[in-house]
Design a protein around this ligand. Structure first.
Ligand SMILES: C[S@@+](CC[C@H](N)C(=O)[O-])C[C@H]1O[C@@H](n2cnc3c(N)ncnc32)[C@H](O)[C@@H]1O
Length: 389
């Protein structure tokens, strides 16, 4: 069997075993551990085949897996490659055509490509998201973005100049890089930058912290938004919390690597009645709620989640978001800031939730809204700043 037949066979084996219950990159790690004979090139190829398969979303999921993998490679890659040359030389020759010319060339189960088939949730999208463009953006892996830590942009640019990496500087703090760039090889110091998506960086424009204020990042995960806040105003007294103890451990290591101090961390489930008993204060100048959500705005990075998604799941997220938001907004002082963020493209998690928050009569909507990343190779997010009445 040739290398290219082996790759196809391994990808099919993975797709047959994978049930969407763990992130795909974790599953692949485990698979390759059990198959130690596969070298790094083999692993890269097989991973790419599996990701390209999932980038087709829900379009003809019942089609023959091998055919669907080849269709994925054809539509998602834009350079001729030996895999497609072996399995489908005719398509390989046309792989560099613009996407609109490639789309009519593939059929699965006898059916042509349609954006609605790839993403059958267009009716649920937030206002301003163009359904067809959004669906087609799934076919392309987003870029890698880093945020320069305060005062470090010049050093980053100097080291990028010494490498042969193609990059784009965006504004004063952002650098766009090709996905898969080995950052540790380019930059001698990890604390010069944070890996953070462009749209996620843009949510920071809503924070506007003042000196020595008390802030709470209540769904902090490993602290991406918290470090953004601290870089804007290091004197902020910060409380970080999350329901997962393991992620708070990750946050602590990340903060120490990034030399972020003056904070306290807690494990708190914001859905339970007495969640506030351990809070160091009952009034904060600002609360960031980067809510648990469908993550649909980041599916370009995790296309497996689109493949396994059902519209019924949106309600599970909105119930959780509503419960958490209604609980925590009581802890913003009058005149203080409440920042609601999702990485979702669904109206129910975005505009509808904002409407519910305003309807409490406790918050005034100030600014923010959709952060459209999908046309730039970035995530799509939603972020709104409110003032407590
Ligand atoms: C979108 S992530 C936060 C990302 C983070 N702010 C960042 O910038 O990296 C949402 C977080 O909410 C947490 N979460 C989910 N349910 C929760 C609950 N009931 N109470 C507190 N946190 C919860 C999840 O564990 C997850 O880490």
């Amino acid at each position: 069997m040739t290398r290219w037949e082996n790759y196809l066979k391994s990808a099919v084996q993975i797709l047959q075993q994978y049930g969407g219950d763990v992130p795909l990159h974790h599953f692949l790690k485990g698979f390759f551990k059990q198959n130690p004979k596969m070298g790094s090139r083999d692993r890269r190829w097989v991973s790419q085949l599996v990701y390209d398969y999932f980038r087709l979303g829900q379009w003809e999921q019942s089609a023959n897996m091998e055919e669907r993998i080849k269709a994925g490679v054809f539509l998602c890659e834009d350079e001729q490659n030996d895999f497609l040359n072996f399995h489908s030389p005719g398509l390989n020759e046309q792989i560099s055509l613009p996407l609109e010319d490639k789309l009519p060339l593939v059929k699965l189960n006898g059916n042509g490509f349609s954006a609605d088939a790839l993403f059958p949730f267009t009716a649920e999208l937030s206002a301003g998201i163009k359904g067809e463009e959004w669906a087609q953006s799934m076919l392309k892996q987003p870029n890698l973005y880093i945020r320069a830590r305060p005062g470090k942009m010049d050093q980053l640019l100097k080291h990028l100049g010494l490498s042969d990496t193609a990059f784009v500087q965006i504004g004063e703090q952002t650098i766009q890089l090709p996905n898969g760039t080995n950052l540790e090889k380019i930059f001698p110091q990890k604390n010069w930058y944070e890996v953070q998506d462009l749209s996620s960086q843009q949510t920071g424009s809503l924070f506007k912290p003042k000196r020595a204020e008390n802030w709470w990042d209540c769904c902090a995960a490993s602290g991406g938004k918290s470090i953004l806040l601290k870089d804007q105003m290091p004197s902020v007294n910060l409380l970080v919390s999350d329901v997962r103890a393991s992620i708070i451990q990750n946050l602590k290591s990340r903060f120490s690597e990034a030399s972020v101090g003056n904070y306290s961390a807690q494990v708190i489930d914001l859905t339970v009645d007495n969640f506030a008993h351990s809070l160091p204060r009952k009034q904060f100048d600002g609360i960031i709620l980067d809510a648990p959500c469908s993550g649909s705005g980041t599916w370009g990075r995790t296309p497996e989640n689109l493949a396994f998604f059902t519209a019924a799941k949106i309600k599970e997220y909105t119930d959780l978001q509503e419960k958490i938001a209604m609980n925590v907004l009581n802890y913003v002082r009058p005149g203080g800031a409440f920042i609601y963020i999702t990485c979702s493209v669904f109206k129910a998690e975005n505009e509808d939730m904002v409407e519910k928050l305003v309807a409490t009569g406790k918050l005034k909507q100030e600014e923010g809204g959709l952060i459209e990343g999908y046309e730039k190779g970035a995530d799509t997010m939603y972020a709104v700043r409110f003032t407590k009445i």
